[in-house]
Design a protein around this ligand. Structure first.
Ligand code: CMP
Length: 225
């Protein structure tokens, strides 16, 4: 693992060379294959993770066994901070949906580091505020937006974060099964499949295994509102 990854994560972009070197001494690297679980909802946790490459799904399970994905984490993003700052059980299960390289930082080292680096503390607050905004948006969508609208929105969001331009559109290798996509928008697989088939039939997108090519992002954006 190349520890320069720390400087590429927005959370640590303000670090001087000296600070980055100090932090590196407390970091551990972790590699996961697709399907491997990093930690489970309900476990005690005192480490924060920054993803270098790959994708992590954060999921919660209801008492009757249904799953809901609260977020997909991409390169440069951090997670696992909640149980570190608000001691308590992990609020979600973290599972790799593609091969992942991560770095992790323990509670004590990170707190000591933060105490005299206000710029890093500010970045962290910024990341938490963005997460809260996003969660509020998702909550409003669950109440006010129908399933096809939520599917269109989720695809556009994944496209902004993971999309690559290709002939005639943007290819989004989201690495999610249709079941996982359904868990991300909070709907049944059947309803989500129907919405995807409808979009494909209109020529707005083309479905591939664990990927999608978006051909008409404007129409999808209109459908998501
Ligand atoms: P923690 O509770 O330690 O472990 C699960 C992690 O998932 C949590 O920290 C956050 O980093 C992350 N997480 C929980 N809820 C959300 C959410 N709504 N949006 C994004 N990330 C979340």
């Amino acid at each position: 693992m190349n520890y320069d990854v720390v400087r590429q994560a927005p959370l640590f972009s303000s670090l001087s060379d000296e600070d980055a070197a100090t932090l590196q001494t407390s970091m551990t690297s972790v590699t996961l294959d697709r399907g491997e679980v990093l930690f489970r909802e309900g476990e005690r946790g005192d480490r924060l993770y920054v993803l270098h490459n790959g994708k992590i799904k954060l999921g919660r399970t209801s008492s009757d066994g249904r799953e809901n994905l609260v977020a997909i984490i991409g390169p440069g993003e951090m997670f696992g901070e909640l149980s570190m700052f608000d001691p308590g059980p992990r609020s979600a299960t973290a599972t790799a949906v593609a091969r992942c390289d991560l770095i992790s930082l323990g509670h004590d080292a990170f707190h000591a580091f933060l105490s005299d680096r206000p710029a890093v503390a500010q970045s962290l607050l910024g990341a938490l505020a963005r997460r809260l905004r996003r969660t509020n948006d998702s909550l409003a969508d669950l109440v006010f937006t129908d399933v096809p609208g939520r599917v269109a929105k989720a695809l556009l969001d994944l496209s902004r974060r993971f999309g690559q331009p290709v002939d005639g559109g943007v290819r989004v290798a989201h690495d999610l099964t249709q079941e996982e996509l359904a868990q991300l928008v909070g709907a049944s697989r059947e309803t989500v499949n129907k919405a995807l088939a409808d979009f494909a039939g209109r020529g707005w997108l083309h479905l591939e295994p664990r990927a999608v090519v978006l051909h008409d992002t404007e129409r999808l954006a209109r459908r998501s509102r």
